[in-house]
Design a protein around this ligand. Sequence first.
Ligand code: CS2
Length: 496
Amino acid sequence: MAVTVGASRLDLGALRRLPAEARPLVRPGSVAAGVLHLGIGAFHRAHQAVYTEQAIGLAGGDWGIVGVAPRNAELVRTLAAQDNLFSVSTLSAADQHTRVVGALAGVRLAAADPPAVVALLADPAIRVVTLTVTEKAYQLDPAGGTLRPDPALVADLTTDRPPATVPGLLVRGLLARAAADAGPIALVSCDNLPANGRRLRGLVTQALAYAGAPEPAIEWVGTQVGFPGTMVDRIVPASTPETLAAARRALGVEDLAAVAAEPYAHWVIEDDFPGGRPAWDRAGAVLCADAGPWERLKLRALNGVHSATAYLGALAGCETIADALALPHLAAVLRRLIADDVAASFTPPEGVDVVDYGEQVLARFGNPAIRHRTLQVAMDGSQKLPQRILHTIADLRAAGRSARWAALVVAAWIRFAQGTADDGRPLPLDDPLAERIRAALAAAPQTPTGAVHAVFALAEVVPPEVAADDEVRADVVAWLTDLHRHGVPPTLAGAA
Ligand code: CS2
């Protein structure tokens, strides 16, 4: 990555030279750790870290964050060299605000020292564990939530070697905490899984059983650990050299851990924190008894529409989500998807109109300053499609309705997985099930019907009621046929 030679680096010493509005809200290093976060990627730094810093600034509390990167050694080195400081630039068409966040109390690389992370999980000072590790790290089958441990997780659960996976770290940490009776704790999934609190509880329960954990430890987890569900929302693309350049312009120093995000942020959290929590409500988060309706709204009306834009956009050769949204007729088709299918598939939170929410989402996607790559959103489709689109389809069909627009998204994903864009350029299938998907598509008759049958047979992705639905299958085949024959723009023009 290009670094301006001679530009000084963001660290504690640089703080007093920063413009006043760019300085952290809390004095870095002054707050003891109370939160352990797994997965300190861009999303965490621009979302939970920002909320937590504001909460500490407004209400105090020992809620500094120890940030754990499962594998990214470079990020940990970078943050350590910057005294755990990083900046968040909020970007819109009109302006940019950049501020350094002082909420990180430390950083650790799990891969380098797993026992240190296990010890933190068993430390009485740590009362909240938040996670942004992406869908696939949970090792649950995306359609139903059954644990599918890979060999590394099997080793974590059945041997004494230092844990190498996220579920392995959690289980070892909880067992150590139970043994030390180190006090109650909440494990908070901030990933876009369906019913993420219940899924994380299910993961821990299944993993403890797999590990043959002793009954008292299982009971301890049952009574001392909260698994609040959450809805997390902020568009935060992977950082690029432009992100770092924007931070440098605003700060006057080099920040190699800089992130950029849209202005919008939202966080709905179920208030189940047996060991206490930061005053996130003071920072604008919504604490409630059931985040389910917000979570469904966001997964279906934002993430589902995001995936639709990403696959159709990538097939049409668009680099960013904002470019894709500008394709003729795409916004019109997305509006049909939102109004006819998503809105009819579930009961939204009280007072929310799904169509209005969808308009706001489309405006956010159009933010020209956020150069969110279609290929980034297109990644890991097998882990995302169930909660984003396939559950929408299942609910519509259970209510006796058609799911025609949602079927287009499935067809676009299949066409994307087939590996070539409309202009013949190759598209990368970056997905934990890539091998299986490719093999299934290669073994099937090379027709749209053959491809749809092959993909619908992936039982860990496609819920059985959707796989068995002939009308849905026919809709997906019809869209896939159009996408193959005509490409994206004419398909959209014919549909809108
Ligand atoms: C996106 C999300 O990459 C993706 O799959 O749909 O990361 C999205 O940007 C966030 O969930 C927005 O809150």
